[in-house]
Structures are given as C-alpha cells and as structure tokens.
Design a protein around this ligand. Structure first.
Ligand code: S3P
Length: 191
C-alpha cells in the first residue's frame, strides 16, 4: 500500500485485519479463522484480559492513553505468537506507528473499508445493546458524525499500515471473508 515494500506472498505469517469500528473486523476475522483453520484473536479481548476490565471501564476509569498502552502490549502479544492466527486489531491500534510497523513485519495486513453510513448502521445495533465496547461513540454526538471525522483523521494511518484493501460495502461477513481469501491468495485447507 505504501509502495515501498512488496505484499508478502507467503502464508507463514499472521493475518491482521484493520479498519474503523463497524468495518467487520471481528465477524469477518472469526469466519476467516474458521476457513483457514487458525485461531482468532481480538486485541480488544486481550486488552480486557490483561486489564481485568472491559474496554469501556478502562476508558472511563483510566482514560484513553492507558487503554492505548495496554492495547500496544496486546498487539505485541498477539503478533509474538508463532502459531499463525487471524488477528482483529481495535480500530485505533494502527494509529501508533510502532504497532503498524510490528504488524507489517509479522503479518499480512488487510484494511476492511466501508462507507461511513454503513459503519454507522453496523455499530448502532451494538451501541443499543451496550455502551461498553465503543466508548469513543458515546459522547452524545451522532455516531455517523463521529465516525466521519475519525475516518478522515485515520485514513493515512490505515493506508500506511495496509498491504491490501478489501471493500466491504454491501457485503455480508461471509462474503467479505471470501473476498479477503481471494485477495490474499492463501491456500484454504480442505475441511
Ligand atoms: C476503538 C475501537 C474499538 C476499541 C476501542 C477504541 C477505536 O475496537 O478498540 O473502543 O479507537 O477505533 P473495534 O474497532 O473493534 O470496535
């Protein structure tokens, strides 16, 4: 993506999914892990295990900077494993250049893209269920406006981090998983 390195072709590496909240990183990642016969790892869950609190609690009690510090550790833990996994990064993980560099070294990094309107539609169901996982969307401002601003601010970081981009607009998680597999060209083990 950044034009300086070739896309890694072999599959002896992790597969990392990046992108905005609502891009489908977790739902697509779980399906990809099943199809590739790999473990699925979600850095938000690693953060919660490390901290012993939910993402929402960490933001509320300790603040975003504390969350980002634990997230950086979770990224290192996930990428350190030599059992190749499918790893969904939290939406803001690649804002940290160190996380980006580690991911590009140890993984094939795929950016799941979606129009902001679709991101907002997808996150709204989870926001109704609970406010815990996405504290950045609970300021009271309409999620679509927050996501729009955030997507603009983050676009460059996603672009620099990604080896490949997959468009998720109008596609179900299964369809996106199929598109990712086609884009990366890795062999899918027979089941
Ligand atoms: C965040 C995204 C969330 C979570 C945290 C911060 C972000 O993960 O890490 O609320 O900065 O975009 P998802 O992208 O899995 O929702």
């Amino acid at each position: 993506m950044n034009g300086t390195e070739p896309v890694p072709a072999d599959e002896f590496r992790h597969l990392v999914l990046i992108g905005m909240m609502g891009a489908g990183k977790s739902s697509v990642g779980r399906r990809l892990a099943l199809r590739l016969g790999r473990h699925f790892v979600d850095t938000d869950r690693l953060v919660e295990q490390r901290a012993g609190k939910t993402v929402g609690e960490i933001f509320a009690v300790d603040g975003e900077a504390a969350f980002r510090a634990v997230e950086a550790q979770a990224v290192r833990d996930a990428l350190d494993s030599d059992v190749w996994a499918v790893i969904a990064f939290g939406g803001g993980a690649v804002l940290d250049p160190a996380n980006r560099d580690l991911a590009r070294e140890a993984a094939l990094v795929v950016w799941l893209q979606a129009p902001v309107r679709e991101l907002a539609r997808r996150v709204s169901a989870s926001l109704r269920r609970s406010t815990g996982a996405r504290p950045l969307l609970t300021s009271g401002r309409p999620p679509e406006a927050v996501l729009d601003r955030m997507a603009r601010d983050r676009e460059e970081s996603y672009r620099i981090a990604a080896h490949l981009v997959v468009d998720t607009a109008g596609r179900s998680p299964s369809q996106v998983a199929t598109a990712v597999l086609a884009a990366i060209g890795w062999e899918v083990p027979a089941r």
